[in-house]
Structures are given as structure tokens and as C-alpha cells.
Design a protein. Structure first.
Lengths: 345, 260
């Protein structure tokens, strides 16, 4: 693995992977073996979790189906597939070697939760249901859950996008113009102290429809985050960029659009992430308090009927949705901040 | 024929604290014509950079006038290009996009003659194969060369160099001096270059403006007609060194007799 190759042609066809391999210290055979054992760990722990579900007897009266068996089987199969692929791709191996301990831990958590609910009832019904029940609830109510998810996402993105757009515009105005700053900043200071869900009761009464009211509140929180972030970004700009751009023929408008805004992009993206978490919080609160659709509403509705299995089902869907949204946001971030790659090295 | 003229230019700055005002430049007078390379030397605080920024149109004189071809300078313009001590490349643009920035700002069409010129400049600066790199991936010398050609693509009538080589190591610096010289000889426009380095001033300038600090004023305006390429170790060069050093002597009392 760690051959000192003297041939120049080997060194001229270096890839990033090969380079890392050449420069890393040689690994002992034991170390190599242990690395592969660790990569295989998720499969072992997955099988243990499966055994726990299938062979430990249920607490009297608790019923289980094969849904959870399939669920675990799919997860184990995926882990196994990655393990096999890690022999063929160095990249997959490195990722798996890094993540495997945590994946194993997830199986431990799943098994422990199953043991404490389905098998022993240490966590009491109806507040805690076992995973099998939750999965079945998702499958049974899937059409309605999908409908709720779509409603939630509609509300979330209408509020988020309008708030973000307005926030960037306000932030740019405040960052670039003293006049705008003079008139807007005092309101920012006043509004900034109030968490946006505070407005829900007032807006719900005033707004013409519940949807528009909720959009307004979500947008408000996002608008605030984005204004502050954009303003900070623009104010931190090194003035020499303006000087250079001016001598290169940039008009005042161009200075804003082609110098100030690109410079503030890292801050704006940070504001977008922060705004998204505020938006999610506000969305769920609004749905629980007033709006009669969406996942937040579904959660509180099922709870009021003591349908805890369905409540957890909606919470699981919520988690998946928010993780997906954040993942998308991070992808956008990486794309836009390509120019920073390796800058902090 | 381009003529840059500074007449009775004074410049004062308000201090950040208090009511005090600092006088940065006092009664600056000089004229530069096409084909002249003016080196400006002097200790820090003598307002060298302030002169550059005034000519660029980034700031305005407190009193006096600055004219290019008889017209008073009212702001920045691409006919007066400036290169700063820091490369001031836009970090979010690649090398090539930085070069095209000024065309974008002016809404200039990127026709074939423009692209050919851009290509020629990239080749000349040795940046052709780094065109897709971002500024932080370039070395100090490459970044400064990019800053130079980014201004040169406008073919400015007046080229203002505000210590552009100050942050470079000695070898890169000497190479860059030759490059600047070649560029100036090709275009034959006006070049003004601020420097701390007396060697650099003598090596490049057809004229050397020696300045004194607090408030900044011109102590001497020397014509340097040594033929190019100048040899740094020649007797004549060393004589020049002695002369300029004497003028910048810290024993300021005897400057008069030296400058004679």
C-alpha cells in the first residue's frame, strides 16, 4: 500500500485519493482488519436489534407485526451493501469507516427503545408506543399524512421565501444607505426583541384567512433574521473592494449588486439557515394554535384523541421533512460558496 | 497627448476623534505628460497614497485643482486605472472573472477583439492556466499580476500604482518591476508609482518625486534620464541612490545643500 514509487509517470497521474494514500502512514495488517470489522459493525448490531424484536417475548397484550421486521431488514441490507461496496471504492470505505460506529449506535437505540416499550412496558402506554406501531400508523394514514405534509410545506415555503426575499432587500438597503438605515433600524431593534410566535394570537384575529395570517408570521421571523444577517455582511466589507470596483468603472448601483451583495452571501446563507429554523418553529406553533391543517395540526389533533401512535407518526414525518429541507439548503450553500473551498486551510 | 496637472493641491482629513483636522498634503504642484514614469518616494505619512487617491477620484482636494487634459477630475473613471498595495481581487470571482469585471461594469461587449486582448494579458501575466482558480488559490505575485492586468485591460491614460509590489518578496518584486516597465514602454501612457523602495524608484522612473512628511509636500522633482534597461549595480545608479537617500536623510537640516 505504501510503496515508494520512483517512476515519474506514477507521480504525474496523481488523484486526490491516491495522494492521500501515498502520504498517509502505513497501516498494520491488524489495523486494516479492525477497520473492516468496524465497517461491518452496523450489520452485526442491526441483526442483534432484529433478534431482539423477533425472539424476546412481548409484554402481555402488546401486539407486533412484521412491518418493523421489514424496516430493520431494509436498514441492515443497506448497511451490508455499503460494506460490500467499501471493498471497491476507497471513498465509500472512508465514509463508512467514519460513520459506522454511529450507525451501530442507532441500532442499539432502536433495540433499547423497543425493549423498553414493546417488550417490558417500562415506558408506559399510551404515551410511548413502540416503533412497529408508529410505522404502521404512518402506513395506514399515509394519504392524509401526505396531504398534511404538502399543506405544511406550502405554508412554510410561502412564508419563508417571501420573508427571505424581503429581508435581503431590506438588509441591502440598510447596509448600503444611511437613509434606509435611519428609518428602518429602530423598528428592527424593537421587533428583534419579540419572538415571532408571540404575534400568532393577534394576527389570527386580524388576518383575513388563517393561511395568510400564518404566512405573515413566518415571513416576519425570516425577514428579521435575513435583514440582520445581510446588513452585518455588507457592513463588514473591506472598503478597498469598493475603491477597486470604483476605479474599474462600477456605478453606485453596480457597487451594491456586484460587490456588496456577493460579499454578503456567506452571511446571507447563514441568515437563511437561521431563518429556516425560526420558520419551522413558527410553522408548527401556528398549526398547533390556529391553522387547521398541516403536520403541526395533525400532531395536536391526534394527541387530543389520545392517538399517540399517530402523533409520533406525524412527528417522525416532521423530522424527515425538516432534515430534507436543511439538506437542500446546505446543498445550495455548498454550491454558492465554492469560492471559499480550502480557504480556511 | 495626455497631460495630468496638479496645481496648488491641499488635502486635510478630519480626525476620527475630536475637532482636529490633519493636513496631509500642502501645496502640491506638478505636471506629468504622456510617456513619463513618475516614481514617488518618501517616508510614511507624507501623503503619497493620498495623491494617488486624489488622482483616481476616490477623494477630493480641500483646495487646488487636479486636471487631466484640462478637465477637472470629478470622480473615478476607467481612464485613470489604479492598482493598490493589496491585490483587492474579488474573492468570489475566478481569475478570469476578475479580469472581466471591469468590462461587466461598463457593459462592454465581449467581442472577439476584447477576448483576444484578455487572452493576451492572461498569457503575458502567466495566468492562462490558472484562469479558473479563485484568488485565495493564487500566490502573492500571481494575485498582484492579475490586479495589474485587470486594470490594464482598460488601457488607462493614467496608470496609478500605489505600492503594488510592497508585499512581495525581493525576487518576485524585481521580476514584476521589469514587467511594469515593459507594459509602460508598450503603451507609453502616464504612469505614477508610489514606493518605499528607493531602488525601485530609480530603476523605473523617468522622474523621481521626493516627498517630505507632515504635512506632505514635494521636496524635489528629479529628472532621471539613465537609459533603460538600468543596471542596479552601475556607478550611475549608485550615484542616484546616494542622491535620493541624501534627500530623504533623517538629518533634515542639511537637505538643502544635498539637493543642490
Amino acid at each position: 500500500m505504501h510503496k515508494k514509487s520512483s517512476g515519474a509517470d506514477v507521480l504525474s497521474h496523481l488523484t486526490r485519493e491516491r495522494l492521500a494514500e501515498l502520504e498517509s502512514r502505513p497501516r498494520t495488517p491488524l489495523r486494516v482488519f479492525m477497520d473492516y470489522v468496524i465497517c461491518f459493525m452496523p450489520v452485526i448490531f442491526g441483526l442483534l436489534a432484529l433478534a431482539e424484536y423477533l425472539y424476546v417475548p412481548n409484554l402481555k397484550g402488546n401486539k407486533s407485526t412484521s412491518t418493523y421486521t421489514y424496516f430493520l431488514a431494509i436498514l441492515i441490507a443497506t448497511a451490508g451493501m455499503y460494506f460490500v461496496m467499501s471493498f471497491f471504492s476507497k471513498k465509500i470505505f472512508l465514509v463508512l469507516r467514519y460513520k459506522a460506529p454511529f450507525y451501530s449506535f442507532i441500532f442499539v437505540l432502536l433495540a433499547a427503545y423497543d425493549y423498553m416499550t414493546l417488550k417490558t412496558g417500562k415506558l408506559v402506554l399510551p404515551y410511548f408506543t413502540w416503533t412497529d406501531e408508529i410505522l404502521n400508523a404512518i402506513i395506514d394514514d399515509r394519504a392524509y399524512l401526505l396531504d398534511c405534509t404538502i399543506n405544511s410545506l406550502k405554508l412554510l415555503f410561502t412564508g419563508y421565501l417571501s420573508g427571505a426575499l424581503l429581508g435581503i432587500v431590506t438588509g441591502v438597503a440598510c447596509g448600503c444607505s444611511r437613509n434606509a438605515d435611519y428609518w428602518i433600524s429602530p423598528f428592527m431593534k424593537l421587533l428583534g426583541a419579540i419572538p415571532s410566535p408571540t404575534w400568532i394570537p393577534i394576527v389570527m384575529v386580524i388576518a383575513s384567512t388563517l393561511f395568510s395570517g400564518a404566512v405573515f408570521i413566518i415571513a416576519l421571523g425570516v425577514w428579521y433574521s435575513l435583514t440582520i444577517a445581510t446588513m452585518t455582511g455588507i457592513r463588514n466589507i473591506d472598503k478597498s473592494y469598493y475603491d477597486a470596483a470604483k476605479t474599474l468603472g462600477a456605478s453606485p448601483l453596480r457597487l451594491v449588486l456586484n460587490v456588496a451583495v456577493p460579499f454578503a452571501v456567506p452571511n446571507i446563507l447563514q441568515g437563511l439557515t437561521q431563518g429556516m429554523s425560526t420558520a419551522c418553529l413558527t410553522l408548527i406553533t401556528a398549526e398547533m394554535v390556529g391553522v387547521e391543517s398541516g403536520l403541526g395540526w395533525y400532531v395536536s389533533w391526534q394527541r387530543s384523541w389520545a392517538q399517540y401512535g399517530k402523533m409520533y407518526a406525524a412527528i417522525v414525518v416532521l423530522c424527515i421533512v425538516f432534515i430534507a429541507v436543511n439538506w437542500g439548503l446546505n446543498a445550495v450553500k455548498r454550491r454558492l460558496l465554492r469560492w471559499q473551498e480550502g480557504m480556511t486551510e | 497627448m495626455n497631460v495630468l496637472e496638479l496645481s496648488h493641491v491641499h488635502k486635510s482629513f478630519a480626525r476620527t476623534e475630536g475637532e482636529d483636522v490633519t493636513q496631509a498634503l500642502e501645496d502640491i504642484n506638478f505636471t506629468v505628460n504622456d510617456g513619463e514614469f513618475l516614481s514617488i518616494v518618501g517616508p510614511s505619512g507624507c501623503g503619497k497614497s493620498t495623491i494617488m487617491r486624489l488622482i483616481a477620484g476616490l477623494i477630493f482636494p480641500t483646495a487646488g485643482t487636479i486636471t487631466l487634459n484640462g478637465e477637472i477630475i470629478k470622480g473615478t473613471d476607467t481612464e485613470r486605472g489604479m492598482v493598490f498595495q493589496k491585490p483587492t481581487l474579488f474573492p468570489w470571482l475566478t481569475a478570469e472573472e476578475n479580469l472581466h469585471f471591469t468590462a461587466r461594469m461598463q457593459g462592454r461587449r465581449k467581442d472577439s477583439s476584447y477576448m483576444a486582448e484578455a487572452e493576451r494579458l492572461l498569457e503575458m501575466a502567466g495566468l492562462a492556466e490558472f484562469r479558473n482558480d479563485y484568488p485565495h488559490q493564487l500566490s502573492g505575485g500571481m494575485a498582484q499580476r492579475l490586479a495589474l492586468i485587470r486594470t490594464m485591460i482598460n488601457n488607462p491614460k493614467v496608470f496609478l500604482l500605489d505600492e503594488p509590489l510592497g508585499a512581495l518578496d525581493a525576487f518576485t518584486r524585481m521580476n514584476m518591476q521589469d514587467e511594469i516597465l515593459r507594459l509602460w514602454q508598450q503603451s507609453n501612457h502616464i504612469v505614477l508609482m508610489v514606493t518605499h523602495d528607493i531602488d525601485e524608484a530609480i530603476y523605473l522612473g523617468t522622474r523621481i518625486l521626493v516627498m517630505a512628511p507632515r504635512p506632505g509636500r514635494v521636496r524635489a522633482d528629479l529628472k532621471n534620464d539613465m537609459p533603460y534597461p538600468r543596471v542596479r549595480t552601475s556607478d550611475e545608479f549608485l550615484q542616484w541612490r546616494k542622491r535620493v537617500l541624501g534627500m530623504l536623510d533623517f538629518g533634515q537640516k542639511n537637505t538643502k545643500e544635498v539637493s543642490a
